[in-house]
Write a protein that binds this ligand. Structure first.
Ligand code: SF4
Ligand code: SF4
Length: 196
């Protein structure tokens, strides 16, 4: 090619690119769905009547290679019941500054209380806001549910919940007064960032 044609040949590349499909992602205005099994933010699940599946066993915290989970279990009482069995997770925190979204905590959970959603927007400006508390991680309420704490379904046992025999809150179920939820022994509200 004669030397004077070189600049024109260069524009050829530009013109070809102009008619190609644009690859620019318009995030955050347009969000693309993730793969169905993408590991995103965690969720603490509930039974169909609204009681919590977490039993405060701490197995997820022990399994975590990044030491990102902090759990404190406590005993249920008939006046204040969060889960069908003996124990529940009174304090539950995940530190997303440490979490590597590996999913080992989900594998360790014996009750399927802990699962992962597809939510990936986990950026913020402060350390505190990236330590998610139980209130932030707990699944929302569906139509069949009453918020915990509340009484166990009449005539049902903890095992019956896991057999799938409880499909909705019993008629007349009301939320009990929550006095200890996420609170420390001295009555102060849950201290956020225990593992910051
Ligand atoms: S996903 Fe992995 S790093 Fe994150 S809390 Fe669970 S076990 Fe820890
Ligand atoms: S989420 Fe599962 S493994 Fe973790 S404390 Fe609760 S029941 Fe135990």
């Amino acid at each position: 090619m004669p030397e004077f044609q070189n600049p024109v040949a260069g524009f050829g590349v530009t013109f070809k690119a102009m008619f190609k499909k644009r690859l620019t992602e318009q995030y955050p205005e347009e969000k693309k769905p993730t793969a169905p099994r993408f590991h995103g933010r965690h969720q603490l699940n509930r039974h169909p009547d609204g009681l919590e599946k977490c039993i405060g066993c701490e197995l997820c915290a022990w399994a975590c290679p990044a030491d990102a989970i902090y759990v404190e279990g406590a005993d249920n009482t008939d006046e204040e019941r969060y889960s069908p069995g003996e124990r529940y997770g009174r304090v539950y925190q995940i530190n997303y500054l440490r979490c590597i979204l590996c999913g080992l905590c989900v594998e360790a959970c014996p009750t399927r209380a802990l699962t992962m959603t597809n939510e990936y927007e986990l950026a913020d400006r402060s350390r505190e806001s990236l330590i998610y508390t139980k209130e932030e991680l707990l699944a929302g309420l569906e139509e069949t549910m009453v918020d915990s704490p509340h009484a166990i379904y009449p005539g049902m046992t903890e095992k019956d919940y896991y057999k799938g025999l409880v499909t909705e809150a019993a008629p007349g179920t009301v939320r009990q007064t929550a006095t200890s939820k996420g609170e420390k022994a001295d009555g102060n509200s849950q201290e956020k960032g225990a593992r910051a």
